[in-house]
Each structure stands twice: as C-alpha cells, then as structure tokens.
Design a protein around this ligand. Sequence first.
Ligand SMILES: [Zn+2]
Ligand SMILES: [Zn+2]
Length: 350
Amino acid sequence: MRALTVVPEKGGTLSLTDVAEPAAEEGAVLVDVVAVGVCGTDAEIVAGEYGEAPPGEDRLVLGHESLGRVREAPADGDLSAGDLVVAIVRHPDPVPCENCAAGQWDMCRNGRYTEHGIKGIHGFMRERYRAAPDRLVRVEPDLGLAGVLLEPASIVAKAWAEIDRFTERTVHRPRTALVTGAGPVGLLGALLAVQRGLEVHVLDRATEGPKPDLVRELGGVYHDRLPEAGELAPDVVLECTGAPEVVLAAMATTTVDGITCLTGVSSPGRPRRVDLGGLNRELVLQNDIVFGTVNANRGHYTAAADALRRADRAWLDRLLTRRVPLAEFAPAFERGPADVKVVLEVAPPP
Ligand SMILES: [Zn+2]
Ligand SMILES: [Zn+2]
C-alpha cells in the first residue's frame, strides 16, 4: 500500500513509497485511514530536524493527527466496522514508569515512550493501519472530516484540564482568557475557553485570512497586536506560539493569581535580555502560576471528543482550510497565510 515516508533526520527525503500491509500483531482492529492533519511537527520531521524510524527500519511513515474508519474489529469489543476513530499518538514506555503504568503516558518519566509518525512507530499517512482497541477513540459520525481535529483538540483538552485544577485554589472563578496564536491549537483552545463560559481574547499577527472571523464567530475578541499594559488583565493565558517575546509578555499580562499555560515549543539558541528579577518579583507577588504542557492521555482524547461534539460543526469545518489528496502531497507541507489546518486526504471523506 502507499504511504508518505521520510528518512528521519534527513531533509528532502519525503516521498510516496510502497510499504507492507500492517502486521496482525499491531492490533486486532484494522482501520482505513480517511485523512491526516498536517502540523508543525510534521514540517520539522520533513525538514530533517528530528523523527525516529521503527527499530531496524530506515523510513518512518509520517503523520499523527489521524481520522480513520474501522474496517475490521473483534466481535466482542466496543468498536464495529464503519466507526470513525482517531488513534492515540503516544504509547507508554516498555518499562513502564509509574505514570505510564497508570495510563498517564503523557507524563512519562523516562522518555522511552513511542509516538506514531514521530518517534519509533509508524504514523498514519498510509492507506491502512492496525491498532489495539484501547489505542483508538471513537468520534461522533456527524463530525465527519472535522474528526481529524481530535488530536490537536486533545492537546488543549489536557491544557484546560490542568488549568481547571489550578483555578480550584481560589474562590474567585476565572472570567477572562487570552489565547496567544490563532493556529489550530490556539483556536481549539479558544473554543474550550468559550465552552467554559470565559470571555476570550485571541492574539495573532494575522490581519487577513480566516483567523479574525473564526475568533469573532466564536464570540471572542481578536487582537493583531499585544494589548497594552493595563488594557487586558486575563485570569488565564493559553500560550500557543512559542515565540519568546510573546511568551514573556503572556506571563507578565495576567492579573493577580494568574495562570499561564505554555504549549508552544520554542527554538533554543537565541538568547535575549530578560529582567529575570523583575519577572520573578511579579510571579511571586501575584501568586502567578506558569506551567508547560505537552501530549495527552486517553482521558484528554475523550474530553476533546466531547468538546468537538458540542462545537458548531460549520465552525470546525472552517478550520480545515485546505485538503490535499495523498497522491499530490507536496503542497500539504507548504504553509500559506490563509491556512489554519491543512488535511491530507487518504480516502474519500465521510
Ligand atoms: Zn500535530
Ligand atoms: Zn513512562
């Protein structure tokens, strides 16, 4: 069958290659891939920055944001042929560490976890895959192609689950959230904020394209530059850019008892002058929390599936700004100014 593969850590190797059918030992459920979302992680793997093929293999099948349709499932399980499913990206480490052993593989302590399409196991930019039933999450059939947003939504479902826990420390309930970055993660993070009843502000440098309207349709306020000091003092900041200037500004902009959640991965190696004493003083004297989050466990996928089910389907569809057939894959890896989520179509959409 056809698959989009790379030689990890070697740029310029992305190509459509023939790969073996999925082996029976990969799991009892056979899934036909419908579509796979493309994200910054894929672009970095294509550029040769990281990625790891399965042991003993040269090439890695790319893609982790999957949507598939069950072709075969065990008769005694919860899944049946025709169900739309998303595969959980990370597998627990083989030891396993105490967190992985308890299903918290997103909090793995030894780094020996594997991730589909990223680290040590093949991804989903291929026609079919097999998985164990407990590695799959069913999505509402009505979601259709928007089900491909479940994996990025799981990232913000985890972020909000953590934020929710931190907000429990005060009687004051958060009212205002600022989301920095209006890419798929930022917009889905804003959706979850609205679903929590928060007044939502979204910051992005785009002045054209679909982002400003997508934010307004959600009932949020769109900012194309950082609000001036005193103009906005959010209870919560969800940082989704990883841009160092934005990260610093985000931490400083919260109100007292503020919570800043960092989800964007920055590139290291470009030092900046920062008044660390001033920042520390502000964090301490305001009881601020700043924390990072990555990946998601099954509970977060389930929460994300619930959030997508409650969202406006037309709004979710508008996040899918471009669809590229597998056979003509190259433009899927070029980002345009009007792109939010580009989707690689492997089979006709549901
Ligand atoms: Zn991704
Ligand atoms: Zn672990």
